[in-house]
Design a binder for this molecule. Sequence first.
Ligand SMILES: [Zn+2]
Length: 295
Amino acid sequence: MSIFLRFPGGKFKALTLSYDDAVTADIKLIEILNKYGIKATFNISSCFFAKDDNGHYLSRETALKLYSLYGHEPAIHTATHRFITELPTAVAMDEVVNDKKALEKMFGKIITGGAYPFGDNDNKIEEIMRYAGLKYCRALQRRYCHNLEKPIPHRFDMPVNWLRWLPSCHHNDPLLMEMARQFVDMKIDKSFKWGTKPKLFALWGHSYEFNDDNNWEVIEKFAEFIGGKDDIWYATNGEICEYDECFKRLEFSTDGSIVKNPTYRTVWVAVDNNEYKIEAGEIIRVERDEEFIGG
Ligand SMILES: [Zn+2]
């Protein structure tokens, strides 16, 4: 049988953005995203707030408004943005926990993820994130960096390991709009009996790069093209991670015909190409494709 995650509303596609460093250029980026209903996660090093919004970094006051008023998400980027894998373990732990704690105090909510500064991570840092209660963290592999020449594996897969989440591409990627078109055009083919996996487009970058490269039209065009589609779920990194966590908690009978949702929220699932909405706490029966039912 095939069992695949469907996002809220039964959608099979989700878009999320991840932007770093809490810089003043985020003001303009958020204006653009809000205009097209796109959601992003902003990864913040809490020691770097400026006293006003006239320089590179945002002030604490503006950051608080910007990242909490429009449905976007604040997330960690470690307290002082060091190459964290080079630090002694205790110092690395302090970097993670201090940032999480400072942001939780500032925003009055539980911070559930973030991005590694410079994409720098290893097994030890991943463990630190997990012990600190973080559920996802955006990583980079060298080959994913937009400014390196090696081929980039542009993917729309859900992360296999949420604490080493590799995004689909950077906004300066020459294939950005080609990927956007491919993503928008994707439809579920119900005649494909193996089913259709969920697709996730995760874009990342720094908003100050649009100033440095004088190319704000890149994100304007992207957002205008990909925003406002009925079959795409626009969500923050944390919302998608949390939804996937709920999906993974669904319980199935061995023949797959009974499904229980033990979580606090409604979860959608595709079983043998049929879609089901399962309310929090609900147990349902699902249709199985005869061909796949064994003895
Ligand atoms: Zn950074």
